[in-house]
Design a protein around this ligand. Structure first.
Ligand SMILES: C[C@@](CO)(OP(=O)(O)O)[C@H](O)COP(=O)(O)OP(=O)(O)OC[C@H]1O[C@@H](n2ccc(N)nc2=O)[C@H](O)[C@@H]1O
Ligand SMILES: Nc1ncnc2c1ncn2[C@@H]1O[C@H](COP(=O)(O)OP(=O)(O)O)[C@@H](O)[C@H]1O
Length: 299
């Protein structure tokens, strides 16, 4: 057994998030087109007498260090399935914004699962790991998979998607987070009395991904949660405006927000948009990243 295992896991952006009506279980059916982006958390597992968690990075103080942390829940779930002790130390080096709509918690869940699996030498089949991910949260299977995928159901059933090029993004990180259930709740409130259509993936958007056509992707980006996120956080409208005024091809709220994502035509444009966003004072920080990025992998 090696002394430690470190797994690197990407953040995501939803290039299409089509949201259906609330289901009886409270979740919403989705057509969720995930794209992994090159901002990564690193999850390291070492031997310990009990299950403990530490976290480092600029947003570390916002991460729970008890058993509600998705990394702890992943270790507990895997250990329970194999009937072994979950006693390990998990360190999260966090670079993904917390509660930002970029699936940072999900990344840590998938990362801890893979790291514990390797550390304990279990060699759990991939399909079983994906099942555990789905139990942990709707976005967790995609954090394991990476690349690009269509998520259906509540987002946990994945179909891998081909991507024909590299996309250049700028992420404007807002002050504070937005609660995912609160944003879905606001979506329901805004849609009260309307007939919410079944969510379907956009053929034009899937085509743009497949061909790597940035301009076509920019024209088809859509997030049904955006009106709800803007309703809860009206200041995001100014961030979206600042990014597009600075030359981004398009901007949208990332998932449930409040991070906003801007698609740009090349690395130079991304750097210019990031600089303009920072100067605009409409965000806390701006990060440049590319996609697709690989899923959770041992370093
Ligand atoms: C909105 C999205 C878009 O990818 O991500 P974020 O922007 O939060 O990262 C996801 O749907 C978030 O997925 P995830 O954060 O894993 O959610 P879960 O833990 O499964 O569920 C948290 C809560 O979100 C709501 N929820 C989540 C998924 C879904 N399809 N319908 C929902 O209504 C429910 O209120 C649920 O109790
Ligand atoms: N490992 C983790 N990293 C970050 N947040 C976590 C983690 N585990 C649990 N959480 C909780 O999940 C909430 C959502 O965080 P996160 O996954 O970063 O955002 P989002 O759901 O918007 O993508 C946080 O407010 C935090 O309380």
């Amino acid at each position: 057994m090696s002394e430690s295992v470190t797994v690197r896991v990407p953040a995501k952006v939803n290039v299409q998030l089509a949201v259906g009506a609330a289901r009886p279980d409270g979740f919403h059916d989705l057509a969720n087109v995930f794209l992994a982006v090159s901002l990564f958390d690193e999850v390291t597992v070492t031997a310990a007498d009990e299950l403990t968690i530490t976290c480092s990075g600029p947003d570390a103080d916002q991460v729970p260090l008890d058993r509600t942390n998705l990394a702890a829940r992943a270790a507990l779930a895997l250990a329970a399935r194999h009937g072994i002790s979950p006693d390990v130390h998990i360190h999260i080096a966090k670079d993904i914004p917390v509660a930002g709509g970029m699936a940072g918690g999900s990344a840590d869940g998938a990362g801890a699962l893979l790291a514990c699996d390797a550390f304990w030498g279990l060699d759990t089949p991939r399909a079983e790991l994906l099942d555990i991910c789905a139990e942990l949260g709707s976005d967790v299977p995609f954090s394991l998979a990476g690349g690009a995928a269509l998520g259906t159901g509540r987002g946990e059933h994945l179909t891998e998607l081909p991507v024909g090029g590299t996309f250049h993004w700028v992420f404007a990180v807002a002050d504070g987070g937005l609660s995912t259930p609160a944003v879905y709740g606001e979506f329901d409130r805004l849609n009260t009395g309307t007939d919410v259509p079944e969510p379907v993936a956009s053929p034009a958007l899937l085509d743009a991904l497949r061909t790597g056509d940035t301009t076509a992707l920019a024209a088809t980006l859509v997030n049904d949660l955006q009106p709800a996120a803007l309703s809860l956080r009206p200041s995001l409208a100014a961030t979206l405006e600042a990014g597009t005024a600075a030359g981004a091809l398009a901007g949208l709220v990332s998932g449930s927000g409040p991070t906003t994502a801007f698609l740009t035509k090349d690395p130079d444009s991304a750097a210019a948009v990031a600089e303009a966003l920072l100067a605009s004072g409409t965000c806390r920080t701006a990060r440049v990243a590319t996609s697709p990025a690989p899923g959770a992998h041992v370093r």
